[in-house]
Write a protein that binds this ligand. Structure first.
Ligand code: NAD
Ligand code: UGA
Length: 314
């Protein structure tokens, strides 16, 4: 198939692009190269390696990029929960809402659109597992912007016959993870001999999802016939607290665990946990990688496996 990947210089997008090419698809890679100077350099290198193009979905003409395309993996967007307050609002609206609406308009009647949405559309899952028909109660501007992005896609489905699949990813981790996210921050801190900063009491729980499982679910959403209109959770099966993740990282690196408590983070949901029966039915997908295995892979990719910190007190 001929596939367009947006956000191809990002954490999930660059891994998806490489996997789709290995599977024999012809992939065009786009990214606006957003980010602070350090992040930007990583993204620039990734896009260069992929032979991608610098395109801003919120501003640049999009029609030409849809010529001959069968399906679009739309991963581009503004991503941080905590950074979406204050000035982050305008960025989230531009890169999640305006960009998605423009892409939906360009793709309608031409290509299937797969939207990378988020568990953030649900807010806290008080108990049990959240299903896709649960009410949307976002706790952050980022979550609200993903609700709006989903609504934009649905509007073009209903009005212009856009073929679309919506995936709600749950806290994704693994090699190349964004440096603002918990596991990447914990590994970087441990590697530098600094304490791990835990926001709040560390009881926040996440259904952490390994990046290659996300790539597999997204590939199914792009390629499976007859799934127009599908909305699916894409999540891991282990719901784990932040404190448990910190302990697992210390154990993986054989480091003494040192934690410093920070103020609770704004917009942080207390708990996510996903019902995956829809994903199994629509995508034929279930996650394969457990958290201990996935963290070990991320630590190894960061060059940290087997490193020992000095014993406490030395
Ligand atoms: P990322 O920040 O690493 O990648 C996003 C990419 O989008 C960046 O390279 C950025 O430059 C690009 N981008 C931003 N605005 C753009 C625009 N207007 N035009 C073109 N490119 C633009 O993020 P990620 O963690 O790889 O996430 C990918 C997608 O998955 C995002 O939409 C995110 O909201 C969603 N998601 C991620 C997670 C997670 O845990 N990582 C969880 C749920 C949903
Ligand atoms: C993640 C992504 O960043 C979002 O892009 C995504 O949309 C969202 O998942 C989702 O699933 O919808 P988040 O769950 O906050 O958001 O992921 P992390 O940044 O990895 O944080 C996980 C938990 O660790 C949060 O409770 C956070 O407060 C905590 N944390 C994070 C710390 O305690 N310390 C840190 O240094 C970083």
């Amino acid at each position: 198939m001929r596939i367009l990947v947006t956000g191809a210089a990002g954490f999930i997008g660059h891994r998806l692009t490489a996997a789709l090419r290995r599977a024999g698809h012809r992939v065009t890679a786009l990214d606006a190269l957003r980010g602070d100077p350090g992040t930007l350099e990583v993204r620039r290198r990734r896009l260069g390696r992929l032979g991608g193009h610098v395109v801003d979905l919120a501003r640049d003409p999009l029609d030409p990029w849809l010529n001959g395309i069968d399906a679009v993996a739309h991963l581009a967007g503004a991503t941080g929960v905590r950074s979406s307050f204050g000035t982050g609002w305008a960025t989230a609206v531009r890169d999640n809402v305006t960009a998605t609406g423009r892409l939906a308009e360009a793709a309608a009647g031409r290509a299937r659109l797969v939207l990378a949405s988020s568990s953030s559309v649900y807010g806290t899952v008080a108990s049990g597992l959240v299903g896709e028909d649960a009410p949307q109660q976002p706790h952050s501007p980022y979550g609200a912007s993903k609700v709006a992005a989903e609504a934009a896609v649905q509007a073009y489905r209903h009005s212009r016959g856009l073929e679309a699949v919506i995936l709600r990813y749950f806290t994704v981790y693994g090699p190349g993870q964004r440096p603002d996210m918990a596991i990447a921050r914990f590994l970087a801190a441990a590697g530098a001999g600094r304490p791990l900063e835990v926001y709040g009491d560390g009881s926040q729980t996440r259904a952490y999802t390994y990046v290659d499982d996300v790539v597999a679910a997204t590939t199914a959403a792009l390629t499976r016939p007859g799934i127009d209109g599908g909305v699916c959770n894409v999540a891991g099966t282990e719901a784990v607290t932040v404190a448990e993740v910190a302990a697992l990282i210390a154990e993986t690196l054989r480091y003494p665990l040192e934690i410093v408590a920070r103020a609770p983070a704004e917009g942080d949901v207390a708990r996510t946990a996903a019902d995956l029966s829809r994903a199994a039915q629509v995508l034929g997908w279930t996650p394969r990688v457990g958290l201990a295995e996935g963290i070990a892979a991320q630590a190894a990719a960061a060059g940290l496996t087997g490193v020992r910190a000095p014993a406490v007190g030395q």
